[in-house]
Write a protein that binds this ligand. Structure first.
Ligand code: AMP
Ligand code: MG
Length: 359
């Protein structure tokens, strides 16, 4: 197969989304091209989940309907789980959030599954990852037309609503219930990972043996490159324009997910306010890290963990990752020091002399 197909399959207000996506700077991982490429991949791309999603199949089945089916899954996840009122009048989670303090809302099996996973991560991280963060996300409005620094009073009034432990999951009824008016769920920190896993499962089941899925920098690779070498993923420098990377990760059948304050933020009075919120303080997390990259088997895990680690800071984040077999991390602190978890070995190579490896 020697062809290159790229087409647009969008249904959303494209220009607004595109502008927002690019301004958000979510493309932070570069995929380094190999020199010995024998075939071009078959590619589909779209703007989904608030970012640019690209699926490139390099080996095995390369039929377009299969790629379309994978992308359709991503769109389906968005249609069910987005809480962006700019993009949707109605989704399952918007319904749940609007019924807060009133009644349980039945949702699809997969929305229930994602919320349950998000709740499990909320518990496992002591609320560093907090699926009930929606009222704070709305209050700050970061990345929307309404972004602003709220008053202390507003933050104080909002914090009690950010209570993941109050979320009621009824597995038998398949419903979600938020007991207080004003509560809300936001799976923005985990849904991209889930969608990538789902898309990859469709491709694998359909016979794809080599592929690269890029969800605005959340990378998932199937197999290895067609020439038998590992995929090489450049980790973006957190302080620089997108094209610059600080190091290279070599991976096979794995996912790499990065979280950082530079992905979505605004500046007011020379202070940067970014999109990962600490539900203890109500403010953007400031735990001394500038970037967290997680390497794992499943993207849903990597996604939730990258957000959580960013909030936790180096010490507690290291403990969290070291306790999980098969999960590794690269942390960059605000001083430009790079820390690796113990199992990463030679898979990561630091290439930028402005950064230093620390123990
Ligand atoms: P990520 O880019 O995966 O780190 O996720 C950031 C997104 O997750 C934000 O844009 C919010 O939608 C949501 N979010 C923000 N703060 C938190 C938090 N503390 N826990 C869980 N999700 C969060
Ligand atoms: Mg995340």
């Amino acid at each position: 197969m020697n062809r290159y197909i790229s087409w647009e399959r969008r249904t959303l207000p494209v220009h607004r989304l595109l502008v927002r996506t690019l301004a958000a700077g979510t493309l932070f991982v570069l995929v380094l091209a190999g020199c010995a490429r024998t075939t071009e991949p078959v590619v589909v791309d779209d703007l989904l989940l608030g970012t640019y999603v690209r699926i490139a199949v390099h080996g095995g089945t390369t039929e377009r309907p299969l790629l379309d089916a994978a992308m359709d899954r991503v769109a389906e996840v968005e249609r069910k789980m987005s809480v962006s009122t700019a993009d949707y009048e109605e989704t399952e989670l918007l319904r749940v959030n609007r019924a807060a303090g009133q009644e349980p809302i039945p949702v699809s099996e997969e929305t229930l599954e994602v919320v349950k996973a998000a709740l499990a991560y909320s518990e496992a991280t002591g609320g560093a990852f907090n699926v009930a963060v929606e009222p704070l996300v709305s209050l700050w409005g970061i990345g929307t037309d309404d972004e602003r620094v709220p008053s202390e009073l507003e933050i104080e009034a909002t914090l009690p609503l950010v209570d993941y432990s109050a979320v009621v999951v009824d597995g038998d009824a398949g419903s979600l219930y938020l007991p207080e008016e004003g509560m809300g769920l936001d799976v923005g920190g985990i849904a991209k990972g889930y969608a990538a896993d789902e898309a990859a499962a469709i491709l694998r089941d359909g016979g794809v043996t080599s592929a690269l899925l890029d969800f605005g920098g959340n990378i998932l690779v199937i197999g290895e490159k067609p020439d038998g070498s590992a995929w090489r993923v450049g980790i973006q420098r957190p302080d620089a324009e997108r094209a610059a990377y600080l190091g290279i990760l070599s991976i096979r059948d794995a996912t790499v997910v990065t979280s950082g304050p530079y992905e979505r933020f605004f500046v007011q009075d020379e202070v940067r306010y970014h999109h990962i919120l600490d539900s203890q303080t109500g403010f953007p997390a400031a735990a001394g890290l500038e970037q967290v990259t997680i390497v794992a088997e499943r993207s849903i895990d990597a996604d939730a963990l990258s957000t959580a680690c960013f909030v936790l800071g180096l010490g507690r984040a290291t403990e969290l990752i070291e306790a999980r077999p098969g999960v590794e991390a690269i942390f960059v602190d605000t001083e430009g020091r790079v820390f690796l978890t113990s199992g990463i070995g030679t898979d990561f190579e630091l290439t930028d002399a402005n950064y230093t490896l620390s123990d």
